[in-house]
Ligand binder design. Structure first.
Ligand code: FAD
Ligand code: NAP
Length: 313
């Protein structure tokens, strides 16, 4: 049954930015509604140890996100398991349509839809997705006990995924298109010390090979970025970890974006080009993309939304 809900503040997204906005928005007595989306808790639910969240030397990503959810709920955020499929920012109150059939109207909106894993765009990557090709080691690593696996990428995610996969795999090859990693020094150090991991520099994945019946990966073809030489390797799993792009589908035609789709906000602010619409976290951040910076922006967005709503009243 479809219904309409009005709120002063609608928060779209349940990562660190969304939940922090919920905490601050609730404490400002805005009684926010937070719509969680397809991934309640956001990207940190796809990882294991988080070691740079201040106050916790080490915390499991999914646990941290459950704590943030509980905190937002405890102070008054109404948390709804729905996905926004359409958002109209052309007039106030703003209107969002949920997959559930609910229509949400709001005086102010905080966009905290974060980012999603990028793919290489290969036909064979698509073919074997879910059958040997994955972008989430935490979700799928367990299926590769005693097998040989490759990880593609050279950032924090790729290095963390490679390290995590050594818990299951007999060997992990980290394939990177250069010979320099973007990852934090501490992670690179762990990677280099791990006997099960072998880096393959200056190579790019060009094809995933395998069987059709049953569908499954048996190997890959990689190309040397310097010589163009193509080599075949055997492996049972391919983990693609080449970065994330902003989840901007709801607003791409309505808000200004830059640097590959990140929503533009005013300097030192989360205000977007539409008054009353604020953006926080990985959706707007092409530079830092950390849990703590996302949470910080969630706080800013809620404080700015509070000010905006007060001015309207
Ligand atoms: P996200 O966490 O991306 O959450 C986005 C939210 O928006 C999700 O809940 C999603 O369901 C929701 N959403 C999207 N579209 C819709 C829609 N249409 N309707 C409703 N909701 C929607 N950072 C660190 O600081 N430390 C780490 O150790 C660390 N480890 C990481 C490990 C991995 C594997 C990955 C992928 C990232 C890691 N990061 C880490 C980065 C960190 O996870 C992100 O910077 C952070 O989660 C961004 O938070 P966010 O709130 O902007 O969005
Ligand atoms: P990233 O930092 O953007 O790194 C992406 C990597 O993939 C780069 O090494 C890049 O190569 C490579 N790459 C990109 N496109 C490619 C292609 N088409 N073919 C082959 N290789 C390709 O992304 P990320 O590692 O997912 O990290 C995203 C953000 O989350 C970062 O800000 C990161 O700090 C954060 N994060 C933090 C932690 C942590 O704090 N522990 C953990 C995970 C993620 P080049 O280097 O050549 O460009």
């Amino acid at each position: 049954m479809s219904d309409t809900r009005h709120t002063k503040l609608l928060i779209i997204g349940s990562g660190p930015a969304g939940y922090t906005a919920g905490v601050y928005g609730s404490r400002a007595m805005l009684e926010p509604i937070l719509v969680q989306g397809i991934e309640p808790g956001g990207q940190l639910t796809t990882t294991t140890e988080v070691e740079n969240w201040p106050g916790d030397t080490e915390v499991q990503g999914p646990d941290l996100m459950l704590r943030m959810e509980a905190h937002a709920k405890a102070v008054g955020t109404e948390i709804i398991g729905d996905i926004i499929t359409d958002l109209d920012l052309s007039k106030r109150p703003f209107t969002a349509i949920g997959d559930s059939g609910t229509t949400y109207t709001a005086d102010a909106v905080i966009l905290a839809t974060g980012a999603r894993a990028k793919w290489l765009g290969l036909e064979t990557e698509e073919k074997f997705k879910g059958f040997g090709v994955s972008a989430c080691a935490t979700c799928d690593g367990f299926f590769y006990k005693g097998q040989e696996i490759v990880v593609i990428g050279g950032g924090n995610t790729a290095v963390e995924e490679a390290l995590f996969l050594t818990n299951f795999a007999s060997k992990v090859t980290l394939i990177h298109r250069r010979d320099e990693l973007r990852a934090e020094k501490i992670l690179i150090d762990r990677l280099m010390k791990n006997d099960k991991i072998e880096p393959l520099w200056f190579h790019e994945l060009i094809e995933v090979t395998g069987t059709d019946m049953p569908l499954g990966v048996e190997g890959i073809k990689v190309e040397n970025t310097k010589t163009g030489e193509i080599t075949e390797m055997t492996c049972k799993g391919v983990f693609v970890a080449i970065g994330h792009s902003p989840a901007n589908e709801l607003v791409i035609d309505q808000l200004e974006t830059h640097m590959g789709g990140y929503v533009v906000t005013n300097p030192d602010s989360t205000a977007t080009s539409i008054p009353g619409v604020f953006a926080a976290g990985d959706l707007t951040d092409h530079l830092y993309r950390q849990a703590v910076t996302s949470a910080g922006m969630g706080c800013m967005a809620a404080l700015e939304a509070e000010r905006f709503i007060a001015e309207q009243e």
